[in-house]
Design a binder for this molecule. Structure first.
Ligand SMILES: Nc1ncnc2c1ncn2[C@@H]1O[C@H](COP(=O)(O)OP(=O)(O)OP(=O)(O)O)[C@@H](O)[C@H]1O
Ligand SMILES: [Mg+2]
Length: 269
């Protein structure tokens, strides 16, 4: 590869910054090249706004201490985008995701999902809206230990009152889609970690949500499985047009998404 003068000077700077660690400097250089390519190919997202966050703050009070977990966060996500949220521990990533999913309420500001201001929905209506619109995926899978894979995947369909036959057929199709077609009768403990997370993703898709919200979905997985999960999210987005918002510590995984939102100390930076 012929390096341009600016690449050469960046490489030298990185080598100095990494204390002469050639492989660390090379990794960083490759990452910068990937990001530059991604940026060059990127087009500004257009189309329907599916997530609108306007000047949101979230403060938690514990005893006399107040924690400002989110400080004036505004954000727009378009239909069909695959967005990664990264940032250091405690920067507010999970708090933001919980607010997007209507699992908690902001202290101030507005969150609208598909044009629906979540604060305007009362508890029952909010649950129904969530059940139909949003699929959640968590680090620890939260599969029901005594239900086989197919029934686990069907659970959100029960809450949505989908007829049994329809939700069961859908479970089989979803298990196929996430590569678990031959594991539908297995209990969660008879699956690997990567397979459990695939099952949790299939479950999140049961009601054909517009959005998937995933908090550290690869936190318990090895590298190969983590990459596979991110590729799965991408394929779901490509196939179904689902908007995907994933929190991760891992900047290399975040590169797989269309866009990375970086958080620091309760703000988007
Ligand atoms: N229920 C709560 N009560 C009080 N403080 C909270 C609560 N949840 C989060 N916090 C505080 O809010 C801040 C943001 O927390 P949050 O869980 O959103 O961070 P995070 O970016 O997801 O971190 P991590 O990467 O470690 O998961 C932290 O300082 C945390 O201690
Ligand atoms: Mg978190």
């Amino acid at each position: 590869m012929n390096a341009t003068p600016s690449q050469e000077s960046l490489a030298k700077q990185l080598l100095v910054a990494s204390g002469g660690d050639v492989s660390a400097a090379t990794n960083t250089l490759q990452r910068v090249a990937r990001l530059q390519k991604k940026r060059a190919n990127a087009t500004a997202p257009t189309g329907e706004v599916i997530v609108a966050v306007e000047q949101v703050t979230k403060a938690y009070k514990v005893g006399r201490t107040k924690v400002d977990a989110l400080k004036d966060v505004s954000l727009t996500i378009h239909k069909g985008e695959f967005v990664a949220i990264t940032g250091t521990s405690g920067s507010g990533k999970s708090t933001l995701l919980q607010l997007l999913g209507g699992l908690d309420k902001p202290s101030t500001g507005v969150i609208a999902i598909q044009g629906q201001n979540l604060a305007k929905l009362r508890d029952g209506k909010l649950s129904t809206f969530r059940n139909k619109t949003i699929g959640f995926v968590f680090q620890f899978f939260y599969l029901q230990p005594f239900l086989n894979l197919q029934t686990n995947i069907a659970v959100p369909g029960m809450f949505a009152r989908t007829p049994r036959k329809v939700r069961n057929n859908r479970s089989f199709a979803l298990a196929e889609q996430v590569g678990l077609g031959d594991r539908v009768k297995h209990l969660p403990r008879e699956l690997s970690g990567g397979q459990m997370q695939r099952a949790a993703i299939a479950r999140a898709l049961q009601n054909n949500p517009s959005i998937i919200l995933a908090d550290e979905p690869t936190g318990n997985l090895d590298r190969a499985n983590a990459l596979a999960i991110f590729e799965l999210f991408k394929s779901i987005r490509d196939k179904n047009g689902t908007t995907v918002v994933v929190v991760t510590h891992d900047v290399e995984l975040a590169d797989i998404a269309d866009r990375t939102i970086m958080m620091s100390d309760g703000k988007i930076v």
